[in-house]
Design a protein around this ligand. Sequence first.
Ligand SMILES: Nc1ncnc2c1ncn2[C@@H]1O[C@H](COP(=O)(O)OP(=O)(O)O)[C@@H](O)[C@H]1O
Ligand SMILES: [Mg+2]
Length: 229
Amino acid sequence: MARDKAGMLSCRALRKTYQTSRGPVDAVRGINLDVSAGDYLALIGRSGSGKSTLMAMFGGLSHPSAGSLLVDGADIWSLGENAMARFRNKRIGYIFQFASLLPSLRAIDNVVLPALLGRYDATADSYKRAARLLTELGLGSHFDAYPSEMSAGEQRRTVIARALINDPVLLLADEPTSDLDVETESEIMALLRNINRERGTTLILVTHNLALASEAAHVVHIADGTIIP
Ligand SMILES: Nc1ncnc2c1ncn2[C@@H]1O[C@H](COP(=O)(O)OP(=O)(O)O)[C@@H](O)[C@H]1O
Ligand SMILES: [Mg+2]
């Protein structure tokens, strides 16, 4: 598989049209974008501008209607189902607005789950890594806590630990703090910034908050499914 080390994500004329009962909806209308490895990019735009649709295509979750997309050198939408599932599990970390922790699992079991699904290493090693990540994220005393026993900020940090467990090359964060109070929001934003700086993980952050976007190395404005210069 060809891999351009400098380019983490590249898309050309990327489009997504949803077929709805009211007719077609052009959510993403021809996006060209290049994101280098290690970059921190913020996508900003009003609600309904197509940000989540774009992120879903980047993350291999929603099939583009047209255009080309390379993620870490891979033409992900041409991969077979299994290769695609492996790619998502191993290379991409997802941090979305609503913490989707499994309520019946302890924090550490939630974090370790993607590692066990991928079976990249022995279970004991995965648990060690999950413990280290939770500790790094300030949850050293919460390994055994169930999601319902944690605050919203603690739950979000657990989601971040889970996103990092397979050491992804790309972190996709879609409005990861919009449901949190201001203090918790800035705490989570600082964590994401540190992950980008210290681990070198490429970070694409979606927000509708200009102040948050301005913390990123690059900011791209999206309106009505296209990038506005
Ligand atoms: N699954 C879907 N089916 C039909 N239309 C959708 C779907 N998801 C999003 N849309 C529409 O696509 C447009 C972009 O939505 P979205 O990508 O969620 O924007 P944003 O994340 O910027 O708020 C909106 O008009 C929205 O109503
Ligand atoms: Mg959205």
